[in-house]
Structures are given as C-alpha cells and as structure tokens.
Ligand binder design. Structure first.
Ligand code: UDP
Ligand code: MG
Length: 321
C-alpha cells in the first residue's frame, strides 16, 4: 500500500543495546507512523549492540520489510555517528530522529511535521515535564546556558533528540566530514527557518541510559570546541591579562626589594600565586589538547563508521509494494 521507494518521511533511530525496550518501541512506532498517512520508512541503525538488539531488528524487518530498513554498523561509533549513517541512507523529504528508548513519544511526530508544513526547515523540541532526575536536569540546564553563550546556537533543550529536518539540511549534515559532532547543533547552523515545539517526555521504557557522567562531559566539550574557537581565544586573552598583571607584580617586588630590602615573609602568597598560574597553564594545555585532538582526528580522515550490512527490501519489489 505505502511504497517505500520514495517515502516522504524517514524516521532515523539509533539503537545501542536496547533489547529490553525495542519491542515496545515497534508496538508504538508503527501505529503512530501509519496514522500519519504519509509514505514513510523507519531506519534503525544498530550501533554495535552486544545484546539481542540485532536479532530483534532483523525480526522487525522481516515483519515489515516494506517500511523498515536496518543498518548494521560494525562497531559502536556513538549516537551521533549512528544518526549520521542513517542520514546518509535516508530517502525521505523530511527526516525525523528519535531515540529508541521511548523517552520521546513517537505519537508526537505529527506535531513536528505540522511545524514543517508551516514552512520551517528544522524543528527542535523542548521536553515538557522532563522525566530525568534533578541532578541530570540541573546539569543540562547549566550546560545549555553555557553553550548558548559560547556558540550562539539557540537550543532550549539540547538533550532532546526528537527533531525534524528538511532533506536539504540532512544532505548538508551528511556531507560534513566531522567526526565528533552534535547533529542538532550542526543542523542549526544550516537551518534558515528553525523553530521549536514542546513535546511530552517519558521515563525510559526499559534499559539504562547509555550516557555516563564522563560521556556527558565529553559531549559538552565536543559541542563547545566543535562549534566555537572562543575558548581558545579566551585563553590568549586570559594569558595577556595575566602576564601583564604578573609583570606589574615583578616590578613591584623589585622596587620593594630596593626600598625594604630582602624579606622571607609572604612566601606563601607567592606559592598561592604560583599554583594559581600553574593551574591556569595546565587548563590551557588541556584546552589546546581538545582542539589538537579534533585536528588529529580530522587529518587522519578515516571513515567515520563502517556499515556491515543493510537490511532492506530490493528496490524493484518496493516500487509497487
Ligand atoms: N545510542 C547509540 N550509541 C551509543 C549510545 C546511545 O546509538 O553509543 C542510542 C541509544 O540506543 C538511544 C539514543 O542513542 O536510542 C539515546 O541514548 P540514551 O537514551 O541512553 O541517552 P539519554 O536519553 O540518557 O540522553
Ligand atoms: Mg534516553
């Protein structure tokens, strides 16, 4: 009935060890998409799961081969690279990204499409009554604000992956060769008429969050260093101010030595100042490392991910499927 050869909607879903929640996702996703009455394809990208996710995806593909495509990556490349793989394969005029854990209800996709009908090429989302713990909410609010300051990318809620993109933006994103990137932010830099809508947010249906505190910190570093060189510039500014101040201090100490004579007191003040300067130095080196690391990854120019197999119906049979 609904042919997949030229779907108007592609739904891209990264999957990493989601065996507990996948069935529930299938049970809600397909009815929700059927209800939209547009030709669609659901693209699942297995991001190197080590559990039964692959066989569940395979089963779903066999059940709905007309509207299901499964991309199997050969390893774990992270959520954003998995989405990137999906973007490269997506055929729809509009592409919606969705998490596999049902935290963003698939029934809300219609709302995003309505915003696109109104002329927007990128629809972000804001989670209403977010179902994460207080610490997680607080941390992401803080990071949001900092990121917005530094990168001038306006996203009220950077953590919500339920988003809709026009085909043009998806093509532009897929052509970016960046390795550690953050797709919603990248999309924002290409969008001409972005907007945001509010969507419901639910507790993770099953399984655990794949993000540890460490990977959240990493993600935010990538977000800032990937979209702005301001931290680097801030550093040279800081370096200038500090060297000026310490220069003045040396002059002061020198004059004092001439006027008052030698003295051993105030040693700890000196220590304090030294430690302070050393800590700034260390942070600066670390910051340089962030950028050098990005440059390194970029110049190696390795493939960003390897596709092991794609499960999809052959094109001919899809024409009149
Ligand atoms: N994910 C992925 N690769 C990873 C980590 C996560 O494909 O290395 C997928 C995961 O299966 C889920 C989505 O990315 O569909 C978001 O992950 P999660 O729900 O753990 O993140 P959170 O909602 O806690 O931010
Ligand atoms: Mg989640």
């Amino acid at each position: 009935m609904i042919a997949m050869s030229n779907p108007s909607l592609s739904v891209v879903i990264p999957v990493y060890n989601e065996e507990e929640g996948l069935q529930a996702l299938f049970d809600r996703l397909y009815p929700a998409l059927d209800a939209l009455h547009v030709p669609y394809e659901a693209i699942f990208i297995n991001d190197g799961s080590t559990d039964r996710s692959v066989s569940l995806l395979r089963g779903q593909f066999e059940k709905r081969p007309d509207t299901t495509r499964v991309i199997l990556l050969n390893g774990n490349y992270g959520q954003h690279m998995a989405i990137m793989a999906g973007f490269e394969q997506a055929r729809g005029n509009r592409v919606v990204t969705l998490d596999a854990d049902l935290q963003n209800p698939p029934e809300e996709i219609g709302k995003l499409l309505a915003a696109m009908d109104a002329g927007h090429d990128y629809v972000g989302t804001v989670r209403q009554n977010r179902q994460d713990n207080a610490w997680r909410r607080w941390a992401s609010r803080l990071m949001n604000r900092l990121r917005e300051r530094i990168t001038h990318i306006h996203m009220t809620d950077q953590g919500c992956m339920l988003r809709a993109y026009d085909r043009k933006i998806v093509r532009a994103i897929a052509s970016c060769r960046e390795v550690n990137t953050f797709i919603p932010a990248l999309a924002y830099t290409f969008a001409a008429h972005p907007t945001e809508v509010a969507v419901r947010h639910e507790e993770r249906a099953a399984g655990e969050s794949k993000y540890s505190l460490y990977s959240l910190v990493r993600l935010n570093f990538d977000l800032v260093t990937g979209f702005s060189v301001f931290p680097l510039q801030l550093f040279s500014l800081l370096g200038m101010v500090l060297s000026l101040l310490s220069g003045l201090f040396v002059v002061y100490l020198f004059i004092r030595r001439l006027v008052v004579g030698p003295e051993a007191e105030g040693l700890f003040t000196l220590f304090a100042i030294t430690f302070f300067l050393i800590s700034i130095l260390l942070f600066g080196i670390g910051l340089l490392g962030e950028y050098v690391g990005r440059i390194y990854q970029q110049v190696r120019d390795r493939p960003r991910f390897l596709i092991e197999a794609i499960l999809e119906a052959p094109r001919e049979s899809r024409q009149d499927a």
